[in-house]
Ligand binder design. Structure first.
Ligand code: NI
Length: 397
């Protein structure tokens, strides 16, 4: 079966690449992506799928009904781009200034549409259903949650028994599949903090209450908190990445503001860090007679791969591509994904599809989210085949 799926995907390669390039030229940001949605609807129109458009977003859910009854499997591709200007020089580069498919979601859409075509060709042999989830708003807009709220998991009347997503990356060797059991990506929450002092003349700080040294103390103390109070084997990252205070050299400002991110690999450490950030920030403020206003905005949860599911993805990819092209990642990555919401509901996994261009080194190639990132399109057939082979495996159980 394995060779067969790969050669089948190869026959769709030209079409997949062409679709990807059309999407790449016309990137859209956020939850409302009418152009991308329209392109998807056209691309899958001849496949005989049961297609539903989202109501709160421009999502597309397409269901392939097999020839006989069986389980349901969910495959996902996210659709949205990022707010940056492309400088790759590709002849199909973004035509929309300040908007770029720099995270490769154009390739995800094209590969998922390719998998829908491949599996539709095999409808006669399929027992069960495949749900194709085309999702807007992955880049911080919680698009997956909107789709879950709209009944994604009830699209066929039976809950999916497995769920799978690929993410392309330019920093793994092209044509490789990389995943791991357990945590794959971190949770990501935002810290917004204001130290309330009292403004005054910079020459007479005792008449004012200077929030700047207190804000600095908080930044340092948060790093001490992470190393002294968080289990090193269940780690966290706290980064204060934005510091604002003051207007000139001789005025003490009334407030100082800090913004940053919290990353963790378990729900337990995530909530522990929230608690400790508050304790440290408010405690240091109080020590200097200042109020600290702290807001922690919850972002995406930890993306946790089901152990058995991730092991089968690894095995299937090994069979499909050769053992040297399927690897188990030693560590998670501290980025975040809203695929985490789906994996909280359905046993499944995400895997990274390597797509480093052949003339670059994966260790130094411009990464996802770079204005210079380029993906090797030869890897797209690997992605189509992997989506399809994982779906067929779930349906065969
Ligand atoms: Ni992405």
């Amino acid at each position: 079966m394995a060779d067969d799926v790969l050669s089948h995907a190869a026959t769709l390669s030209e079409r997949t690449i062409d679709f990807r390039r059309r999407l790449h030229r016309r990137p859209e940001i956020g939850l409302q992506l009418p152009g991308t949605q329209g392109a998807i609807l056209t691309e899958i129109a001849d496949l005989g799928l049961d297609v539903r458009k989202g109501t709160s977003t421009t999502s597309v859910v397409a269901v392939l009904e097999g020839a006989s009854d069986g389980p349901t499997v969910l495959l996902r591709g996210d659709m949205d781009a990022l707010p940056l200007t492309e400088n790759t020089g590709l002849d199909f580069a973004s035509e929309i200034d300040g908007t770029m498919h720099a995270c490769g979601h154009d390739t995800h859409v094209a590969m998922l549409a390719g998998a829908a075509r491949l599996l539709s060709d095999r409808r006669a042999d399929i027992a069960g259903r495949v749900v194709f989830m085309f999702q807007p708003g992955e880049e911080g807009f919680h698009g997956a949650r909107y789709m879950l709220d709209e009944g994604l998991l009830d699209a066929t009347g039976a809950r999916p028994s497995g769920a799978f997503a690929l993410h392309i990356t330019s920093t793994f060797a092209s044509g490789t599949i990389n995943t791991r059991p357990g945590p794959l990506l971190a949770s990501a929450d935002t810290i917004r903090l204001t130290v309330q002092g009292k403004g005054g003349h910079a020459s007479a700080p005792h008449y004012a209450n200077d929030p700047i040294p207190v804000a600095c103390e908080i930044v340092i103390a948060l790093q001490t908190m992470v190393t002294r109070r968080i289990d090193i084997f269940d780690p966290a990252v706290v980064t204060i990445a934005h510091v604002t205070a003051g207007t000139t050299d001789n005025v003490i400002p009334p407030t100082a503001e800090l913004e940053g991110t919290i990353r963790a690999l378990s729900a337990e450490t995530r909530s522990r860090v929230h608690e400790l950030v508050r304790q440290v920030a408010e405690g240091i403020g109080a020590a200097h007679g200042m109020q600290v206003e702290l807001e922690i905005v919850a972002g995406y949860p930890v993306t946790v791969n089901d152990g058995d599911f991730a092991s089968s993805v690894h095995a299937i990819a090994g069979e499909l591509l050769g053992a040297d092209r399927s690897s188990v990642m030693k560590t998670p990555i501290m980025g975040a994904e809203d695929w985490s919401y789906v994996l909280q509901e359905v046993p499944g996994a995400m895997a990274f599809l390597g797509a480093c261009p052949p003339d670059l080194d994966p260790d130094t190639a411009p990464g996802n989210h770079s204005n210079l990132v380029v993906f090797d399109e030869a890897a797209l057939a690997t992605g189509v085949a992997t989506y399809a082979a994982v779906a067929l495996d779930v349906l065969s159980r």
